[in-house]
Design a protein around this ligand. Structure first.
Ligand SMILES: Nc1ncnc2c1ncn2[C@@H]1O[C@H](COP(=O)(O)OP(=O)(O)OP(=O)(O)O)[C@@H](O)[C@H]1O
Ligand SMILES: [Mg+2]
Length: 217
């Protein structure tokens, strides 16, 4: 199997005045195309930082990232943005929906070619038929998370990255979200979740642990 993602020797150092925080300390992380992975580990161990690098939302201080055969470090900012937009769906912690936009508008926002019909189809597939025009405040937490997942599907990504997808949800809604991610994985999408929730991690084919900015398997 080919690796869809290959992170080699990644360091991430945040500077806070005179203080330096090494959030990642030489992480090596390979992800096979079509797999479903969970990353677990204590708070502050670098999980979100790693997911942000995987999603090209941030770049490492040192190290190499290869995504879909492309070396991210060697691309221009514009090329990185295109790769991120066309290949990756990111599900942010705490939904991160725009509160003044409806469910449909939230889903259409990242589309490279705005397409209302497709937006509705994606909402249908996550079980939100008929709720296209609701604002986030008019949806339940589980429904908001489904909009967030729908939004991540806007450009038919090959890789979905989800930061604590069940973090805000009760067991029933958590299972619904994990079933949905499992279905997307069965359709061929590679899925990586970061989670504190052992029940969510059970859905993954493999779990890796992070601790102090490194991964051990
Ligand atoms: N923008 C930033 N500036 C400075 N330090 C940061 C920044 N983002 C994260 N950190 C620090 O980097 C370390 C790793 O943070 P990260 O958010 O990756 O942890 P995490 O494993 O996702 O934790 P949690 O489980 O609580 O979400 C922490 O010490 C955190 O305080
Ligand atoms: Mg985090």
């Amino acid at each position: 199997m080919t690796d869809i993602l290959d992170i080699k020797g990644a360091w991430k150092t945040y500077k806070m005045g005179a203080e330096e925080i090494n959030a990642l300390q030489g992480v090596n992380f390979k992800v096979e195309e079509g797999s479903f992975l969970a990353v677990m580990g204590p708070s502050g161990s670098g999980k979100s930082t790693l997911l942000h690098l995987a999603g090209i939302l941030d770049l490492p201080t040192k190290g190499e990232i290869t995504l879909g055969g492309k070396k991210v470090n060697e691309l221009s900012g514009k090329e990185q943005a295109h790769l991120r937009r066309s290949q990756i769906g990111f599900v942010f912690q705490r939904f991160n929906l725009l509160s003044q936009l409806t469910a449909l508008e939230n889903v259409m926002l990242p589309m490279m070619k705005p397409d209302k019909k497709k937006g509705k189809e994606i909402l249908d597939r996550v079980g939100l038929e008929g709720k296209y025009h609701r604002l986030p405040t008019q949806l339940s937490g589980g429904e908001e998370q489904r909009v967030a997942i729908a939004r991540s599907l806007a450009n038919d990504p090959i890789l979905i990255l989800a930061d604590e997808p069940t973090g805000e949800l009760d067991t029933k809604n958590s299972r619904m979200i994990m079933d949905l991610l499992t279905e997307l994985n069965k359709e061929g999408m590679t899925i990586i979740i970061v989670t504190h929730d052992p029940m969510a991690a059970e859905y993954a084919q493999k779990t890796v642990q992070m601790s102090d900015g490194t991964i051990y398997e």
